[in-house]
Design a protein around this ligand. Structure first.
Ligand code: SF4
Length: 326
């Protein structure tokens, strides 16, 4: 009977090479990648297409948001709980492996490549806490790590696996050439939880709203964010792309502001607010519009089922600077 494995597949070069090493042993490989509001499957889809591997895409949002509330091993440099995130992914991968009758799961991780998540201890913790420790293989560094179950059972030949270690990418580059892999993304990037600006906004959100939904998180990706009052946030589009994205995220209870007849931002107050805050939001709308900054301008407001126009002067720069979340 043929051996089948799931590759926990990010789409980075290391994950592509891990697939090649396992396929070289005649093992059937299917890729598995996850999506949340913080990362998507684009990179993995492109890479899977390049190496012609079938790819399963699973939405991990609910479990990931739950984990983000209190990651057991904390956050990295920004809001990236990498150890808990990897554990969760491996756990899900293990469940899928079982459900589909596959033999093991493997990743493209390299011992010592990343300071937090790829130490010997982290690799051990992640595999153990996933509940599938024995079934987790890291083909690029396998010969430096304890023998996994598929190796012990003879489903994988350990001697054909590698002992790559550390941050140098030399071995991987040579392997990419040998395998004819021409396109691969840079090792870092792709996860918003490692982005400093996004992390600050997320921290601010979680502090005030411990149970955000997907829309709350999507909103963090666009515009300038101002916290005028503890419970109120005002989002001001920076350009056409932001304005369109914010427009697509509007809900019925939001307050929405736009300039009358002058180009300017779309301004959103999620969940609406008081007249006083709407006035301040209108003033921000004028500040970031093409209106002359030395006088009043008209702003159209849609809130609480009503549409009306108010005329205000722009917010002073100092106030905007004080309120901005950055
Ligand atoms: S970088 Fe993002 S996706 Fe990758 S393990 Fe860390 S939190 Fe998860």
């Amino acid at each position: 009977m043929s051996v089948k494995a799931f590759s926990l597949f990010s789409g980075g070069l290391d994950s592509m090479l891990a697939v090649k090493l396992i396929q070289d042993q005649g093992i059937v490989v299917e890729g598995l990648t996850f999506t949340t509001p913080f990362f998507d499957a684009r990179k993995a889809q492109e890479a899977a297409a390049q190496i012609r591997m079938p790819l399963k895409i699973e939405d991990l949002t609910t479990e990931h948001l739950l984990m983000m509330k209190a990651p057991r091993y904390g956050f990295g440099k920004h809001m990236n709980p990498c150890i808990d995130c990897h554990t969760l992914m491996l756990h899900k991968a293990g469940r899928i492996m079982e459900a589909e009758g596959a033999d093991f799961v493997f990743t493209g991780e390299v011992l010592g490549q990343r300071p937090m998540s790829q130490t010997r201890q982290s690799l051990h913790i992640v595999a153990k806490n996933s509940g599938y420790g024995e079934y987790v293989l890291r083909p690029l560094s396998a010969r430096l790590l304890p023998e996994s179950r598929p190796e012990r059972e003879g489903k994988v030949d350990r001697q054909k696996l590698l002992a790559v270690q550390g941050r140098s990418r030399k071995t991987q580059m040579e392997m990419a050439r040998a395998y004819g892999i021409k396109y691969y993304p840079t090792p870092a990037g792709g996860c918003l939880l490692t982005d400093p600006m996004f992390s600050r906004r997320l921290k601010d959100l979680l502090h005030r709203q411990p149970d955000p939904d997907r829309r709350d998180i999507e909103l963090l990706k666009y515009g300038r964010h101002f916290r005028i009052e503890e419970a109120v946030k005002v989002i001001v589009g920076r350009n056409e792309k932001d304005n369109l994205a914010l427009q697509s995220l509007i809900r019925g209870d939001d307050a929405v502001l736009k300039m009358m007849e002058i180009p300017g931002p779309l301004v959103l107050i999620p969940g609406g607010s008081s007249e006083e805050i709407i006035q301040e939001a209108a003033r921000l709308c004028v500040l970031y519009s093409d209106a002359p900054q030395d006088g009043e301008a008209a702003v159209q407001v849609t809130a609480s089922g009503k549409m009306y126009v108010i005329v205000v002067r722009p917010t002073e720069r100092a106030a905007a600077t004080r309120w901005i979340i950055q």
